[in-house]
Design a protein around this ligand. Structure first.
Ligand code: WT7
Length: 635
């Protein structure tokens, strides 16, 4: 079908218009021609944003692994599916062909079954970026178990919260992980987490660093011997279109993390279709996304989207700085990477290293560059374009979210003229709307407002695990009949979108989505802390960093303030993970509050950003005097 691969701007507009005018026909055609179905759908779409309820391809039956693996065996059996590049450049890369992937997924799926996992069970995966991570995800999908991957940088507390929230039965982990020159004791973190997870029967442990770990009898099992015994044949479990495929947690501005639930058919169709077009993937290209599979970017654009297209997807275990800051460029040269997808925070960190380390490497294989996770600033955009793309490779600045499942606003390379800092145009089938604060849609160009989506798309999350009301309240209540993204955006004179950032209490630090409330909760655990408020401030590498305002109890008591700062960050590391540590902690006697007792974060944000010329009206505050005090002592 011609419109699977968009080739020029006119075609984009043509296909886009069709996708908006006849969304059902459009997505039905994509689904018909490019996937394997055990049974076709009875109904393409039914939806109601008030309930909210969205169903795509209802009545259809399929298994996503049949589409990601089995389907390719006849024509691509010997092609590399996953190209694993280890942390240590001296360790050889591993080329896992589609045929081998098929075998390894089947064996793993049989191990899951032998351990009592059946369709609908939740399995928590807490693994570093090693092949077992992708394989265990696919093994779950093959037997209809719902995977819940927890990024292996999260702490024991964060892990146990997620395990318990979705009642996982099993954890899949490894003895440890490599991260540059360091090793991390993953199994130790799991052991600590499981002290408060009564629902876990089994822990499967992959060997990676060969460390001497404790195995709890009856609960912990080494993976390899089980795999060795397992059969390499495993029939697919036939799934319904709307059966949950996975849960992935994302932070909210308040409360505990939200387990976003993604379902099977729509997610598959949309991630495959976006992958093909946004990266202009051609047969035999080597594609590399540097994200961790613990985030949605890795789920959709390392595992499912690429494999559904029979692509070769690079999976990198290490970090950009090990053994030196040339590692990314070395890998691009070594594997002749054609599409390279990374985050602005990585680009900024690498730009600091100068260009000498780049010039040593041949980057001529690069055709398309991608950016994701936060707005890419103009300087980083140009650096990326000049030094990595050599002004020859379009940059696709892809805006999307854990909740959206796939890329939503993006250029199509070689099709959409790019513009620095602009994510440009809505992807096929996506209907954005900018809203003003009164809830009116801004129809003209050259406006800015709050970004909503007016019509369902196949990969949208269907609910929050165990809390549908929260799903409704968070995404469908701010504006009638619209999905609210939480982001602000502006639209220029030709209809290009520029994402301006979060308009809620979520802060994006190094591309990681962090809610202020859970961090404040952690800070308040410190016995000396009475109250705290966290805001973001600009940081040249991380994009945003965290600034904490902290009121201590018993101010009369003398304390080593630096010590308290350290302890606070220690608690944050334990509760959430090191990514949520505060860069600055200011001790203060009070926090600006409204008469109803709400902390005025707007003022605190401006002070932390050193934008104090225009603080707005502070006279309605309960305690206007603290503002001056805070300003006088700002860090
Ligand atoms: C938030 C979602 C989607 C994968 C990674 C993040 C911000 C994401 C962009 C971009 C400007 C972006 C938004 C969004 N964001 N991509 N290209 N330009 N902002 O997923 O953790 O769910 O975070 O990341 O603020 O709402 P996530």
């Amino acid at each position: 079908m011609s419109n699977y691969h968009i080739k020029h701007l006119e075609e984009y507009y043509q296909v886009y218009r069709k996708s908006v005018r006849e969304p059902e026909n459009f997505w039905e055609e994509v689904a018909e021609e490019h996937f394997m179905w055990q049974k076709k759908w009875d109904n393409v779409l039914s939806w109601d944003f008030n309930k909210p309820e969205v169903k795509w391809f209802e009545g259809a039956e399929l298994n996503i692994t049949e589409n990601c693996i089995d389907r390719h065996l006849a024509t691509r059996g010997e092609k590399t599916a996953i190209l694993f590049e280890p942390n240590d450049p001296k360790e050889p890369a591993e080329h896992i062909t589609y045929k081998q992937l098929h075998e390894r997924v089947n064996k793993f799926a049989n191990v899951l079954k032998s351990q009592g996992i059946t369709k609908g069970d939740r399995v928590c995966i807490y693994l570093p970026m090693i092949p077992e991570l992708a394989i265990s995800i696919l093994a779950c999908a093959r037997i209809g178990a719902i995977h819940s991957v927890v990024f292996a940088g999260f702490s024991a507390t964060a892990l146990s919260t997620r395990i318990n929230d979705s009642d996982c039965k099993m954890v899949i982990t490894s003895d440890g992980s490599y991260r540059g020159a360091k090793t991390i004791d993953l199994k130790g973190i799991v052991d600590e987490a499981l002290e408060s997870c009564p629902g876990i029967d089994t822990v499967l442990v992959a060997k990676r660093i060969h460390s001497d770990i404790q195995m709890k009898a009856g609960r912990d099992k080494w993976l390899q011997p089980l795999l060795d015994e397992a059969s390499s044949a495993c029939d697919i479990e036939v799934m319904k279109a709307e059966d949950p495929l996975f849960i992935l947690y994302t932070s909210g501005s308040t409360g505990k993390p939200k387990g976003m639930v993604h379902t099977t058919a729509g997610y598959m169709v949309y991630t495959a279709y976006t992958f093909k077009n946004v990266f202009q993937y051609r047969e035999n290209d080597v594609y590399w996304c540097t994200a961790d599979i613990g985030w949605i970017t890795g789920h959709s654009y390392i595992v499912y989207g690429p494999l559904a297209n029979g692509a070769t997807s690079v999976m990198f275990e290490g970090v950009p700085s090990y053994p030196d800051f040339g590692r990314f460029w070395e890998i691009i040269e070594k594997h002749k990477v054609n599409q390279f997808y990374t985050a602005p925070t990585a680009i900024r960190a690498l730009a600091k290293q100068g260009t000498e380390v780049i010039e040593k490497h041949d980057l001529s294989s690069i055709k398309v560059l991608g950016s994701v996770g936060e707005p890419i600033n103009e300087e980083a955009w140009h650096w990326y374009n000049d030094n990595i793309g050599k002004k020859q490779s379009p940059i696709v600045d892809t805006w999307w979210q854990t909740e959206t499942g796939g890329i939503m606003i993006t250029p199509i390379p070689f099709v959409t003229p790019t513009k620095p800092t602009y994510a440009t145009l809505p992807f096929i089938g996506i209907q954005p709307a900018l809203m003003d604060e009164e809830g009116n849609e801004l129809k003209a160009n050259q406006v800015d407002g709050r970004l909503c989506i007016k019509f369902p798309w196949p990969a949208m999350a269907r609910t929050i695990w165990g809390n549908h009301q929260r799903y409704k309240d968070t995404y469908f209540s701010a504006y009638e009949n619209k999905y609210f993204t939480g982001d602000g955006a502006l639209r220029d004179e030709v209809g290009y979108y520029r994402i301006t950032g979060r308009v809620d209490d979520v802060i994006i630090v190094s591309g990681h989505n962090l809610g202020t409330a859970p961090i404040e909760d952690a800070v308040n655990e410190h016995p000396a802390v009475a109250e705290s408020a966290i805001v973001g401030f600009p940081h040249d590498v991380k994009g945003n960093a965290l600034y904490g305002y902290v009121i201590l109890k018993d101010v009369g008591e003398s304390r080593d303030q630096d010590n308290v700062r350290k302890e606070i960050n220690q608690i944050i590391t334990e509760h959430i993970g090191p990514i949520a540590k505060l860069d600055k902690i200011q001790f203060t006697s009070g926090l600006p509050k409204t008469r109803s007792g709400k902390i005025m974060r707007r003022i605190l944000r401006k002070i932390a950003c050193k934008e104090t010329d225009n603080l707005g009206d502070t006279s309605t505050l309960l305690n206007p005097e603290v503002v001056k005090d805070i300003m006088d002592n700002v860090l």
